[in-house]
Unconditional design. Structure first.
Ligand SMILES: [Fe+2]
Length: 420
């Protein structure tokens, strides 16, 4: 059952957004059975049920337990059980053991959500502004987990020994020549969030960067482009790969993006999952290539004679000509072909790997306390991705947003755009 709030003013608006975001998580999970929602197909991915509980834990731990006048925990054991990685809050279960949580049941997790929702909405009018900001953080946190729900259940269903049936192809061909190159002049540019509206701490401080003149592609690299790289021996030529990337290709026997399979007639097919509908279909040359690692993105760029943009270049280009692509709310959970002119798919469709290691901006400091663990402690051995994907909620993404993943990962909806 959907929740709704009754406050007015600033708290009322936030309450409305709270209800919307919380209801959307439940709707994303709804097509899946309790058995589906318990699956954990690898340590990086989490069960849907765990996401529903952990996002609730976040509101309980950082808002209700610390700032509510009157809150009694739904179950004190959950403080430990649904902590993800906040070391300063004491212990948490091993990440890879989340699929073992048959208890609490899905029904109990739903009751936990209802308990926290009603407690938070009941106290909303009495919260100070700084607590309302924490709720906004909690909502953005939940939106991140909405994308993880889509990624993780796709990987879990794909990992099933069940043989998936073919499903019909959605054909949308490219209507504009793509890519064309967009020139951006060199000089001193400002990047980072300007402080208006919500942003994560890692998007600031805003600062100046010196860029040389560059060109950036008007759209993401397509499956057609990527097939040319594969046909030209892309996965068999060590000279195209970073050393760690080549080791991955060899040890993981990579021949294509994640979720691709080659049929006997030589054609490539990919696994797609949209809600309860999952299956394989022939790849569409006009769509952006997706589920590639940083290593594959980098090798493709080298093969093509171009390179990946830095995150600074990407942000400057995206701020100039914002055009949006496909988001979570479009309910296709798959990137779509570009259709139009200008800088296409800046936000939505696929996250775009950049050449930039994930580091703090000059002057960055993690917040004090456990919430300081949110972003800062991951600034090592990861690369920045920009722009959001077809699994990102539209109200969650902006040009300054910095996502990050280790370079070998590819279960996220990640593609690339070229620069030169
Ligand atoms: Fe989380």
């Amino acid at each position: 059952m959907d929740i709704a709030q009754k406050s007015t003013g600033a708290a009322g608006l936030l309450g409305e957004r709270f209800s919307e975001v919380r209801n959307l998580s439940m709707r994303l999970a709804a097509p899946f059975s309790a058995e589906d929602q318990m699956l954990q197909s690898m340590p990086d991915a989490s069960p849907v049920k765990w996401h529903l509980a952990h996002t609730t834990w976040f509101f309980e731990t950082f808002i209700l337990a610390q700032h509510a006048r009157n809150y009694s925990a739904f179950d004190t054991r959950y403080t430990y059980l649904f902590n993800s990685y906040y070391k300063r809050l004491g212990g948490h279960p091993l990440r890879g053991s989340r699929g073992l949580m048959s208890r609490p049941s899905l029904e109990e997790v739903h009751a936990y959500r209802a308990h926290v929702d009603s407690a938070l909405l009941g106290e909303l009018d009495g919260f100070r502004e700084e607590v309302l900001s924490l709720i906004e953080l909690g909502l953005n946190h939940e939106q991140q987990h909405q994308e993880l729900i889509v990624m993780d259940i796709k990987h879990a269903l794909w990992s099933s020994p069940l043989h998936w049936d073919a499903i019909p192809n959605q054909r949308r061909e490219r209507s504009a020549p793509c890519p064309s190159w967009i020139g951006i002049e060199g000089g001193i540019h400002s990047i980072g969030h300007d402080g208006k509206g919500f942003a994560f701490d890692n998007e600031g401080p805003r600062h100046e960067v010196l860029l040389r003149p560059f060109q950036i592609a008007s759209c993401a690299v397509t499956i057609g482009d990527y097939l040319d790289f594969m046909t030209d021996g892309g996965y068999q030529r060590p000279e195209l790969w970073l050393s760690d990337g080549w080791d991955q290709v060899q040890s993981q026997e990579w021949h294509a993006p994640l979720y691709w399979e080659r049929h006997d007639d030589g054609s490539w097919h990919e696994f797609v999952a949209a809600g309860a509908q999952a299956g394989t279909r022939a790849v569409n040359r006009a769509e952006p290539v997706c589920h590639v690692s940083f290593f594959e993105a980098d090798a493709y760029a080298r093969w093509s004679g171009a390179r990946l943009p830095t995150e600074q270049e990407w942000e400057i280009a995206a701020l100039r000509t914002p055009t949006n692509g496909t988001f979570l709310e479009d309910n296709v959970f798959h990137p779509q072909a570009a259709a139009g002119d200008g800088f296409q798919q800046a936000l939505g469709d696929v996250w775009e790997w950049t050449a930039s290691p994930y580091l703090g901006y000059p002057g960055f400091q993690s917040a004090p306390g456990a919430l300081g663990e949110y972003n800062g402690k991951f600034m090592c051995n990861q690369f920045v991705l920009r722009g959001g994907s077809c699994a990102t909620p539209a109200s969650h993404i902006r040009a300054t947003y910095r996502n990050f993943f280790p370079p070998h990962t590819r279960w996220q909806f990640s593609g690339l755009r070229l620069a030169k």
